[in-house]
Design a protein around this ligand. Structure first.
Ligand code: TRP
Ligand code: SF4
Length: 400
């Protein structure tokens, strides 16, 4: 039984490349063995910046799912779905918008940054300002605890936490909350009930964070509680009302060490990528023509690996022994650059072989992919509807 739920999304804006694989997908593939995982295609998020070119999004949605599957995301372990196929995200986004202070959105560092970066496009739109709010709805609707993201997204997770807190504070008070919470404590059973009370007192009177953590762990282990009682007890711990939306945490992924072909960050806009399913000849050609230390004009000129993009690839793909061979060979002009590149070519091709095979299987039978996504969307909708029922009830919208 999993106690922690992981959720992450990716915007469909083009083919995935090795940077995505080493920076994000490898991590997802690891997480799917450790947590309950939900991974989704954030197509509405892509629309916030690509509203004028929606055809790119449409194409990228299926390509991206195939890229995930090719890389080793396992649909029997993780739930894969498309954001726009779970319209509950939009409903929560709307309801949260009622209580989201404008200042919180305007203050987001990504807001100004992206507007400046994509200056060719008019991003002074309502949808773009609401980008982090839509992301918050994505997370909160699944009551996800852990959200794997890169450094740049941490403010969005912090914003989501503040929003959850604000929501719970505004709407989490139900009539008879204390009595209901006390009744729920009894359902924990004698020993656990006593432990819960002790930990709660320690946290509330002494601010003991460890006690809070232990009490949360105790509740997480408690599978016989109803969802409502569970949330009451989580809320009661901190002295608030019922906890309707859960505060997530950012699960920081170490920044990808995968550089692009020119030594800059690998990125489509720098035109320095190797895509996940690039054909073999093209991979070999791109690496063979990579720039190297410019000081090595002739084969007999010694070089300096630390300023060579190929060396960065060795850092990702080579064992210590081979790195030593490069260091030695390069600085003494003992090896040529083409010789140095060959093991990198071999390693990338080797890494991509199973990906190419898996991708072929899905391309040969597109219904496989459609079915995986249909199943995932159905499962996601069930989870999302459960939260929406509670949200509507808390906001007094369950008339009609
Ligand atoms: N904003 C994220 C990115 O650009 C994508 C995203 C959308 C996301 N919704 C999310 C990530 C929810 C994590 C959780 O990378
Ligand atoms: Fe770069 Fe290797 Fe050539 Fe040295 S030998 S300059 S590390 S490609």
């Amino acid at each position: 039984m999993f106690t922690e739920r992981v959720l992450s999304g990716m915007r469909p804006t083009g083919r995935l490349h090795l940077g995505h694989y080493h920076g994000v997908l490898k991590n997802w593939i690891k997480l799917q063995h450790e947590y309950e995982c939900l991974f989704f295609v954030a197509d509405w998020h892509a629309l916030t910046t690509h509203y004028d070119t929606p055809d790119i999004i449409e194409q990228s949605v299926w390509d991206m799912v195939i890229d995930w599957l090719a890389a080793g995301v396992d649909p029997s372990r993780a739930t894969l779905f498309i954001q726009s196929r779970v319209p509950e995200h939009a409903e929560l986004h709307l309801l949260l918008s009622m209580m989201t202070p404008l200042g919180w959105l305007e203050r987001m560092p990504t807001y100004k940054d992206q507007q400046e970066k994509l200056s060719g496009k008019d991003l002074s739109t309502y949808g773009f300002l609401g980008y982090p709010l839509l992301q918050a709805a994505d997370i909160l609707i699944y009551r996800a605890n852990q959200v794997p993201v890169g450094e740049d997204q941490v403010p969005h997770i912090e914003f989501t936490r503040e929003l959850a807190r604000r929501f719970n504070h505004l709407y989490g008070r139900e009539p008879g909350f204390e009595e209901k919470a006390e009744a729920a404590i009894k359902k924990l059973g004698g020993k656990r009930a006593k432990l819960y009370e002790e930990l709660r007192t320690r946290y509330q009177q002494e601010g003991d964070e460890e006690a809070l953590e232990s009490a949360r762990a105790l509740l997480n282990d408690q599978h016989n509680l109803s969802l409502g009682d569970r949330e009451r007890l989580f809320g009661y711990l901190e002295g608030g009302g019922k906890m309707i939306l859960a505060e997530p945490q950012a699960l920081l992924t170490a920044a990808s060490k995968m550089p692009g072909l020119d030594g800059q960050k690998m990125s489509k806009s720098y035109n320095n990528t190797i895509s996940l399913r690039e054909d073999e000849d093209s991979v070999a050609k791109k690496i063979r023509t990579m720039p190297t230390d410019p000081a090595r004009v002739r084969r007999t000129d010694p070089g300096t690996p630390s300023i060579c993009p190929v060396w960065q690839f060795h850092l990702v793909y080579s064992e210590e022994g081979r790195k030593e061979w490069v260091r030695q060979g390069c600085t003494s002009a003992g090896i040529g650059c083409l010789e140095c590149k060959q093991p990198v070519i071999d390693a990338v091709l080797e890494e991509q072989k199973p990906m190419r095979e898996r991708a072929q299987m899905y391309m040969d039978d597109p219904t496989l992919v459609r079915n995986i996504i249909s199943d995932g969307c159905e499962k996601a909708r069930e989870l999302a509807s459960e939260t929406m029922r509670d949200v509507r009830e808390a906001m007094g919208l369950n008339y009609g």
